[in-house]
Write a protein that binds this ligand. Structure first.
Ligand SMILES: Cc1cc2nc3c(=O)[nH]c(=O)nc-3n(C[C@H](O)[C@H](O)[C@H](O)COP(=O)(O)O)c2cc1C
Length: 277
């Protein structure tokens, strides 16, 4: 199921341009007298009416405190006070108002959340994370991340991949120092995950392993967790450190944890698509 919250407004044009320009929402669907806006998983419809719906609080939540602070810089003039931690709900927030007087709340959750990202947030928001916070990953979240990986495609549905997980600090440090800077992110996470393939179950170990790795990375991101592909490690040493069968294939080892910071989007350019004529 999906949903839309509709609100009446006396000034459709003005309120739509405010939400688009100041809150970065995008036009999703325009109907007769109503415009539905979209941002992340939020769908908000405004409809022209004689009296505005004002008795409402629209809460917009962000990935981190930095993003809430950035919104505060934009909304300083109508904000009640600077962003602060609300211990009761374990959030970091502030309140402001839209031009018609509706309450806007800007917040980030300071605790783990079940998945909520929309497809765009999942695919376009994912970043390689190299700095991790000290927060533990709740076992329920970890189970859910791995559980989603069952949907990764495998050659002839061989289901040949599996995950080897470690939180042993000594092993993490040894993996991190494998290749200097490129492997260093492993030492930053609370745990590391090797994506492995049982080569007796498939003739396509590389493909099964690489696809499962990316599926895992997206599943982690869906749950608010960061990963980083680490390449070119001495695979035999990795297998020995993690107790993986030498005959099995290791696609990659990635740190896994809550991001300390989400890196800026690196330049992505356009997708190259060549259509035959
Ligand atoms: C095959 C492959 C190998 C990579 N190897 C490393 C690596 O050894 N260390 C590292 O920190 N990042 C590594 N990365 C992450 C890339 O640097 C990263 O994907 C790229 O800079 C784009 O950033 P983004 O993932 O945030 O979009 C690798 C990514 C891929 C796909």
């Amino acid at each position: 199921m999906s949903g839309i919250t509709f609100l009446k407004t006396e000034d459709l044009e003005g309120i739509v341009s405010f939400y688009m320009e100041e809150l970065d929402m995008e036009e999703w669907v325009v109907q007769c007298g109503c415009t539905i806006l979209k941002h992340g998983n939020m769908l908000l419809g405004f409809c022209q009416a004689p009296i505005s719906d004002l008795d409402v609080t629209l809460t917009l939540f962000y990935d981190d405190k930095k993003s809430v602070d950035a919104m505060y810089e934009r909304f300083k003039d109508t904000a009640d006070k600077p962003p602060a931690v609300n211990e009761r709900y374990h959030i970091y927030n502030f309140f402001a108002v839209d031009p018609e007087g509706r309450t806007l709340e800007f917040q980030t959750f300071l605790h783990d959340l079940p998945p909520f990202k929309d497809g765009e947030g999942l695919l376009a928001g994912r970043r390689s994370v190299r700095k991790y916070s000290n927060r533990d990953i709740p076992p329920k979240i970890l189970d859910s991340v791995f559980s989603m990986c069952r949907y990764s495609p495998t050659s002839m549905n061989s289901r040949s991949f599996y995950f080897k997980v470690t939180d042993d600090r000594g092993v993490l440090e040894a993996l991190a120092s494998e290749r200097g800077a490129p492997s260093a992110p492993i030492g930053q996470g609370k745990i590391a995950v090797a994506i492995c393939v049982d080569t007796e179950k498939t003739r396509r170990a590389t493909e099964d392993g690489c696809i499962a790795s990316y599926h895992f990375m997206l599943s982690a991101w869906l749950h608010g967790l960061g990963t980083c592909w680490i390449a070119d490690m001495d695979r035999d040493r990795v297998k020995d450190l993690l107790g993986i069968d030498r005959k099995h294939y290791v696609a990659t080892v990635t740190p896994l944890g809550y991001p300390e910071e989400i890196p800026e989007m690196p330049p992505k350019g356009d997708t190259t698509v060549l259509y035959s004529t």
